[in-house]
Design a protein around this ligand. Structure first.
Ligand code: SF4
Length: 269
């Protein structure tokens, strides 16, 4: 049972919510959207949380679908990306295309440490020895700082991507970062995303068609063969399939100055 009719859901939802939504409220809302489109989830979230909401955009295929949807629903919504300093050239090119095509300038979130400062503090190529620490410095900490000013963030995660994402709600409370998390594509498959991109002529990273279904930082992303797990090209050789943004309590936020683990504790082969 839902507390509103489906026809009037977005406004009715806005009317019934109080300033803070409890976990039970969010579950109820998420369940309501299970048979609705990503755009309906987005419309509700924008109406409920603007201006304290932003889209996390890695410039991957899922996030590009959301950029396109958002450009048609609420183009002034903030979009941000985590610039680790080691993204592919094609990713930076796509960011520039987003600016040209949509008039949206993604906010660049930078780590506290430059690559040189990180190398001085933790040794060169930290990603080869302790990718968790490297992700913590270059992705998680900048995200913590940015999200602390928001009530909600929108992400492009899908339930079929990793075990940690399998139970993602369309709307849920993000215990790790302590704000509401909106996952409009949680129910979608990769094929549904690509269908949307093609039908709407959405630009995408050309690397996707060159054996890179999931694209992260250059040193930690390799090509995968047809039929392989799409995320198996990320952090090859490590027991790691998340950068620390979407794994909830299973990967707590490390202190900023955490010491690198010995390679034997991290590497699996
Ligand atoms: S994906 Fe690799 S290079 Fe990028 S932040 Fe994580 S460990 Fe560092």
């Amino acid at each position: 049972m839902t507390p509103f009719s489906s026809a009037s859901a977005p406004s009715a939802l806005t009317d019934v919510v109080t300033v803070r939504l409890s976990g039970d409220d969010l579950k109820l809302i998420s369940n309501h959207f299970e048979d609705k489109s990503p755009q309906e989830v987005l419309r509700w979230a924008i109406e409920r949380f603007t201006p304290d909401i932003a889209l996390a955009c890695s410039l991957g295929s899922d996030d590009m679908a959301l950029v396109d949807m958002l450009s048609k629903i609420a183009p002034k919504t903030r979009v941000f990306y985590l610039d680790t300093g080691v993204l592919f050239k094609e990713t930076y090119d796509l960011r520039d295309e987003v600016i040209r095509r949509y008039g949206i300038t993604p906010i660049q979130l930078l780590p506290d440490l430059t690559l040189e400062e990180q190398a001085a503090a933790h040794g060169a190529n930290l990603w080869e020895r302790d990718p968790d620490l490297c992700c913590n410095i270059r992705k998680v900490q900048p995200l913590v700082r940015f999200l602390s000013g928001l009530q909600a963030w929108i992400t492009g995660i899908r339930r079929d991507q990793t075990p940690a994402r399998a139970n993602s709600g369309l709307v849920e409370f993000d215990k790790k970062f302590q704000l509401v998390k909106i996952n409009p594509l949680a129910k979608w498959t990769d094929a549904m995303v690509w269908d949307y991109l093609e039908k709407n002529n959405v630009p995408y990273n050309p690397l996707h068609k060159q054996g890179y279904p999931s694209i992260g930082c250059l040193p930690c992303t390799t090509q995968v063969k047809p039929g392989e797990d799409p995320r198996s090209g990320r952090w090859k050789g490590f027991k790691k399939d998340e950068c620390g943004l979407h794994c909830g309590a299973t990967c707590p936020i490390l202190p900023e100055g955490a010491t690198a683990a010995a390679p034997s504790e991290q590497a699996t082969k």
